[in-house]
Write a new protein. Sequence first.
Length: 160
Amino acid sequence: MQKLGLVIGVGARAVLGIGIALVFSTAAVVLARLIYLFFGLTAWNTWLAMLVVSGGIGAAAGGMVILGNAGPSSRTFKFLVLVLLMAVAGIAGALGGFSFGDGRQVQCCARPDMGPAAYSTIGATLGVAGAGVFLGGLRLVWGLLKPFSSVNSYSDAGHD
């Protein structure tokens, strides 16, 4: 029964993390678009870089929820490595989403209002969600990524 509760908890964190990653990624893309317009930037490569990087980092900020209690409490280096991994996964997902949505019209998903920013945001969210679930699964199954608090469980704190 305890394992079932653990699986339900991981699933709930994954769903919540995907929702927050989608919101943060969208907000970051909107912010990048505003910066692009207000500063008078005109190069297409600048917009592409801002779109992909802002979407990826925004999704990574929201996707850290998937990893559970991963907070900068005592092991800051491991936390920063996880943030970097999530940001790389978000940027790769945003670039993949942009590349996918740039030249393809998918029957299920293509609509006139789905532009490169929407595909980039969805790709960043999926990239971060995949990385978060993978890293969280590694931590649960093999114990490769320990929780970040100095007291890992109730029994370790001497409250048996």
